[in-house]
Design a protein around this ligand. Structure first.
Ligand code: PGA
Ligand code: ZN
Length: 423
């Protein structure tokens, strides 16, 4: 007899920033079979799926009881009796029930909670780990992008660029790569304390240091000093999430860095100079999120550097297609809650691969202890994952990847230098 969804329940839980978020549980044939927590962005792209928040006084307006209610009262009755392994069918049903372009009706936080919980339930019903259930050929272990210096909206410093990252592409495996990144982090800790005092090693939302730096040179020079001192300079390349929409002056139409106004051309020049000086492997959202043309110009100029669209594409097929047409960026950031269902996010990744783009699986700045993105990074054979630095809602994902590596045994391949297109 085919398995059936017999119960579904959403509740409000708390994320790593102390904001409420949605958790969904699913029962199959009377047995508890899957749970998913919904992550939340802060440095969000404007084309993301709508996140339903309650407003009002309770929890500073951040409550998610409306989204919980949508799951328990609107979605649940439609899902009871369905096959838990029918991911595409259920996700299509969620889109239909919502009936909008951007999940404004049910809330992307309601739909992705159900969709992710269903993926877990489908895996359990099939007797497989999540990564293998999504893709029976899952075997690539991603290179971690560890963001050691944080700025932008994820900190309280004045650093314009959001993330300065190291990527251990020369490591033997993920665990060895993690060791390199954290050893670099220990050295960076001491360098920052020496120059800025001990308060400067407080961390931002994703667990990287948030020192009182500005611009691009000061953080890059400090990070490079730590890398040199670690002895791993030949094994790493640098990454960056510029999150440029957030230091773009939307009224004046200029970029603003260290008090200076910059044109698009000047910002592009800045990246060209940076890449001439340092081995840069990846730059995310180098320009503001509406400038597809600028992204295309930059992608062409910085041949060999991965240009990732996060706010630019929001894991949405429609905007990825728009980018691919003109060669804007050459990789997508993959965050399933940006679009609102697992199937839409998997389709976005598939389209990106077909177009020759890379896929970088990513955390949100607001996470929980749910480690599903670790499994998805392997399921997609993505070759790269960005999931922060310290604190358990970040390291939990790395720990899950260490377990998956062990489980895959000799089949596991660390993406290393091939992180952009590992297969
Ligand atoms: P967010 O930021 O999760 O707050 O949107 C992370 C990122 O920009 O990559
Ligand atoms: Zn980003």
């Amino acid at each position: 007899m085919a398995s059936k969804i017999t119960d579904l329940k959403a509740r409000e839980i708390i994320d790593c920033r102390g904001f409420p978020t949605v958790e969904v549980d699913i029962w199959v044939d009377g047995e508890f079979s899957g749970r998913a927590d919904v992550p939340a962005g802060r440095s969000t792209g404007k084309r993301e799926a709508v996140e339903l928040r309650d407003g009002g006084k309770r929890w500073g307006g951040q409550g998610t009881l409306k989204a919980v209610q949508k799951v328990n009262q609107v979605i649940k009755p439609e899902l009871l009796g369905l096959d838990p392994t029918a991911q595409r069918k259920v996700d299509e049903l969620l889109c239909e029930l919502d009936g909008t372009e951007n999940k404004a009706n049910l809330g992307g936080n309601a739909t992705i909670g159900v969709s992710l919980a269903l993926a877990r339930a489908g895996a359990k019903t099939s007797g497989l780990p999540l990564y293998k259930y999504i893709n029976s050929n899952a075997h690539v272990i991603p290179v971690p992008l560890v963001n050691l210096i944080n700025g932008g909206m994820l900190t309280s410093n004045d650093l314009e660029i959001q993330e300065f990252i190291v990527m251990p592409i020369g490591a033997e495996n993920l665990k060895h790569g993690m060791q390199m990144c954290y050893e670099i982090n220990f050295i960076l800790h001491d360098l920052i304390v020496e120059k800025y005092g001990k308060i400067a090693v407080n961390v931002g939302d994703e667990g990287g240091f948030a020192p009182p730096m500005t611009g691009i040179n000061e953080p890059m020079e400090t990070l490079a000093r730590a890398v040199e001192a670690s002895g791993y300079a030949d094994e790493i390349v640098y990454g960056m999430d510029a999150a440029a929409s957030h230091w773009y002056d939307w009224e004046k139409g200029v970029y603003r860095m260290e008090g200076q106004e910059m044109s698009r051309e000047e910002v592009i020049e800045m990246y060209v100079n940076l890449c001439a000086k340092y081995p840069v492997g990846s730059i995310e959202d180098p320009l503001m999120e509406d400038d597809f043309e600028g992204h295309a110009i930059l992608t062409e100029k910085l041949e060999g550097v991965q240009i990732v669209g996060d706010d630019l594409f929001t894991t949405n097929l429609k905007f990825i297609k728009q980018g691919v047409e003109i060669g804007a960026a050459n990789a997508i950031l993959w965050k399933s809650n940006q679009v609102g269902t697992v199937t839409e996010a998997l389709d976005a990744a598939e389209f990106a691969y077909q177009a020759g783009y890379g896929v970088q699986v990513s955390e949100r700045s607001g996470e929980t202890e749910d480690t599903a993105i670790a499994d998805f990074s392997v399921a997609l054979n993505a070759g790269q994952i960005k999931t922060g630095t310290t604190r358990s809602e970040r390291t939990g994902k790395y720990n899950q990847l260490i377990r998956i590596t062990e489980e895959l045994g000799p089949k596991a391949v660390y993406a290393g230098k091939n992180f952009h297109r590992p297969i």
